[in-house]
Ligand binder design. Structure first.
Ligand code: CA
Ligand code: CA
Length: 476
């Protein structure tokens, strides 16, 4: 944490993972309310027993949103093991949610001399008026940025938009705005090509530059992944089925230049779209499409650093503990606030990546009934550029539907399902992995990871190969 921490108060409490009833009364959430760790004040430390006999120090580093750091939440060998599993599974390029809507004319090469039908003209005018937020009859750089084709993971500053105007010659009278006639003849295909070229030549113009894989933590999975989940249940003090019904563990690898510009992990609850996680007719085959029609409902984020980064790779919260959030100020300073490739150091809270450290924060406030409330606008955050080395992190998102009945219904369904269905096919693997953990030798694990990285592993091994291939240290 890069911030002058005030006096540190240490409160020794015992929250026993196996006996939540023993916890001090001030930490209990009344029935039907979501538990929320009280940040108390910046620098505040509480020592919690999250595993029998094992104490963890949870330090408050921000009040708005409540952000906590826990050093050594994962041991070195646990970090190595998770990276190892991620490599075995194979990492894919990370993406951001796509929006297929067309905002510019789809007809390439359309110009003023061509006849457009009245219908088409009306439609273009309606779109133009919709996009012209300030209703001045012109689209300024900010208004244009809002309607850029968004599906290419692009991150464009206002300066980039002016460059786009100039390169494509679409701002014909060079006044810095697009009027209706200029907008009409602007081709979306040309903009896409321009954006792609820009992103190819400058990685900081990509919203998210990393690789990732999703790992299940169900009862049949690796013992390290399962015990991590137990620790999360003890830390968040939320019902077991709520944690089990949350998203898979996401493991992310950033190489040099890798980053994720400032964003929110969750979404506005005042939306017509249902939550993604608790929708029961989930269509796995069409995940991308499905996600477009649903929203992310993530009460908590817990981020783990799985290695030490040589240089860079900090986690930044540009607005943490800001006095207020003012939309005009946000718009005015958007290039500074969101662009973590160039403005990491300007963030209000910067968390250093340290192997084994966990950072936990609440993305939502609670409403008056103690249930999931408004998105906390202060929870804006992202990953700054890695300058040297690689950065490995993992994310656990704890999902809660703001419609209480839907969350309850979802958990009830989970309770009725037996999590042991995978045991048969994986029984052998579990035995082998338990053995692996007993014998774990950091040097061997590290060299296995190094070899796998050098081979640029993208195969899916755990799913297809015999359990004995999961690790290479039988001879130990
Ligand atoms: Ca305007
Ligand atoms: Ca113009």
């Amino acid at each position: 944490m890069l911030r002058g921490a005030p006096l540190v108060f240490v409160l020794i409490t015992c929250v026993c993972a196996q006996g939540v009833d023993n916890a001090p009364p001030e930490l209990d959430a009344p029935p039907g309310r979501l538990f929320r760790l009280d940040p108390v004040e910046i620098g505040f430390e509480r020592v919690l027993e999250l595993e029998p006999g094992k104490m963890f120090t949870v330090q408050t580093v921000s009040m708005k949103p409540p952000v906590f750091e826990i050093l050594n939440f994962l041991s070195d060998s646990e970090c190595d093991r998770i990276r190892h599993i991620a490599l075995e599974e194979g990492l894919d390029n990370s993406t951001v949610a796509e929006d297929p809507q067309t905002r510019f004319t789809a007809t390439q090469g359309l110009d003023e001399t061509q006849q457009v039908t009245q219908d088409k003209d009306d439609q273009i005018l309606r779109m133009f008026e919709e996009f012209d937020w300030s209703q001045d009859g012109l689209l300024d750089a900010r208004e244009v940025r809002d309607i850029l084709p968004p599906e290419r993971n692009a991150f464009m500053s206002l300066r980039d938009i002016h460059e786009l105007f100039a390169d494509l010659g679409i701002d014909r009278n060079s006044d810095g705005f697009l009027d209706l006639d200029e907008y009409k003849v602007t081709s979306e295909a040309d903009i896409r090509d321009w954006m792609q070229k820009k992103m190819n030549s400058d990685k900081t113009r990509v919203t998210r530059e990393s690789k990732q894989v999703w790992l299940s933590q169900n009862d049949a999975q690796d013992v390290v992944l399962r015990s991590l989940r137990e620790r999360v249940i003890a830390l968040t003090r939320l019902p077991r089925t709520l944690i089990k019904g949350s998203e898979l563990l996401q493991v992310v690898k950033y190489s040099v230049g890798g980053h994720y510009h400032a964003h929110y992990d969750s979404e506005d609850i005042n939306s017509d779209m249902p939550c993604h996680h608790s929708t029961i007719d989930y269509d796995e085959q069409n995940d991308d499409l499905f996600l477009r029609k649903h929203r992310l409902c993530r009460y908590i984020t817990i981020l783990y650093y799985l290695n030490d980064v040589d240089d860079g790779g900090k986690t930044a919260f540009p607005l943490a503990d800001n006095e207020t959030i003012n939309d005009d100020e946000l718009n005015e300073n958007s290039d500074t606030i969101y662009d973590l490739s160039h403005h990491c150091k300007d963030a209000k809270l910067i968390v250093e990546p340290v192997k084994g450290k966990a950072v936990m924060w609440y993305n939502h406030r609670l409403d008056e009934t103690g249930w999931l409330g408004e998105l906390d606008m202060f929870a804006l955050h992202g990953g700054c550029d890695v300058h040297s080395g690689t950065k490995w992190i993992a994310n656990n998102w704890i999902n809660v539907d703001n419609v209480r009945e839907k969350q309850e219904q979802y958990q009830k369904k989970l309770e009725s399902e037996v999590d042991l269905e995978f045991y048969d096919e994986n029984e052998m693997r579990i035995e082998v992995e338990n053995e692996y953990v007993k014998n774990v030798n950091d040097d061997v694990t590290k060299s296995a990871i190094l070899n796998a990285e050098n081979a640029d592993v993208t195969r899916s091994k755990l799913k297809t190969e015999e359990p004995r291939n999961v690790h290479a240290n039988d001879e130990l």
